[in-house]
Design a protein around this ligand. Structure first.
Ligand code: FE2
Ligand code: FE2
Length: 304
């Protein structure tokens, strides 16, 4: 009898890059009335380096929402479209939550507005919608901005993963409401870490687009963070401009678990450039969902 080559009855399904996401915007509320200015006690440098998040995110995340709304008509995949809508819902609430911290800082005598005005100019003018473009150029402009966001979302997931694994902040007796804000937001960043990347690849699978996104967003983020930390330390009414941020000091604080290590942050950015990279390779969705199941703010939101 002739020997035949065995043929599988059913072809193996193509591997999925991730399971279907159902992203739920959690309408959280935080009460900042009791938040001390240095919410990590006796650690003004660590406090303000993390506080840069509050300076950047309200404008930044409102910009994410605008760009993703502009990208919606370009999406040809129903599942991805649902994920993008969930992402928009989550980021809008993140922006609002960080805005409330900014308002609290102002009430404590630290005026964040001069720096926030610069950030608003960057996101609304430099990176904003460009009226008068042809449809082809407009599409290109939207995809380019989605690529910037995909690279930024790599870092928000990195920071979220760090926040979920930062016992140093608990040891230092950081304010529990601020910790919940950082970990709730961090967990949602880990939860939706694939969406911007998958949207970018859906609109343009080219490697060059990904590289360009990181080449712009990575250095820009470092620059804004350093400037933001300098600004907050100079504007802090209790410090009289005595404290200047340095990389050496940031690494020393990171070793105590109060900040992400700057070297690890840069290495993480380089991983984004690997050809086989996908955001699901970083962080843990089950850890993120585990935190969201116990977060005081997320639980209160779920009970409403
Ligand atoms: Fe966010
Ligand atoms: Fe995000």
């Amino acid at each position: 009898m002739p020997r035949s080559t065995p043929v599988p009855a059913v072809a193996a399904p193509a591997p999925r890059v991730h399971d279907s996401l159902v992203l739920e915007p959690r309408d959280v509320r935080f009460d900042w009335a009791g938040l001390p200015l240095h919410w990590i006690p006796d650690e003004p440098m660590a406090t303000h380096v993390i506080n840069v998040l509050h300076l950047l995110l309200p404008e930044g995340e409102r910009w994410f929402v605008k760009v993703f709304k502009e990208a919606l008509p370009l999406i040809r995949d129903e599942q991805l479209r649902e994920e993008v809508l969930g992402f928009i819902g989550q980021e809008a609430i993140h922006a609002q939550a960080h805005q409330e911290v900014l308002d609290h800082l102002l009430g404590q005598g630290l005026d964040p507005r001069p720096y926030v005005r610069q950030i608003a100019w960057l996101f609304q003018r430099v990176l904003g919608d460009k009226p008068g473009l042809t449809p082809a150029r407009r599409r290109e402009n939207v995809i380019e901005r989605v690529a910037f966001i995909a690279a930024i979302e790599h870092f928000t997931a990195f920071l979220g993963d760090w926040a979920l694994n930062s016992p140093g902040l608990d040891r230092a007796q950081a304010d529990p409401t601020m910790l919940d804000l950082l970990r709730w937001h961090g967990a949602e960043e880990v939860e939706h870490r694939s969406v911007a990347f998958d949207l970018m690849v859906h609109l343009d699978p080219g490697y060059l687009r990904r590289i360009r996104g990181m080449a712009v967003s990575g250095p820009l983020l470092v620059h804004l963070w350093v400037r933001g930390a300098r600004f907050l330390l100079a504007a802090d009414p209790g410090l009289d401009g005595r404290l200047k941020p340095t990389w050496r000091e940031a690494r020393r604080i990171a070793r105590r678990g109060l900040l992400p290590d700057p070297v690890k942050s840069v290495r993480s950015g380089l991983r984004y450039l690997r050809p086989g990279y996908h955001p699901t390779q970083e962080g843990s969705s089950s850890q993120a969902l585990g935190y969201l199941a116990t977060s005081p703010a997320a639980r209160a939101a779920a009970a409403h």
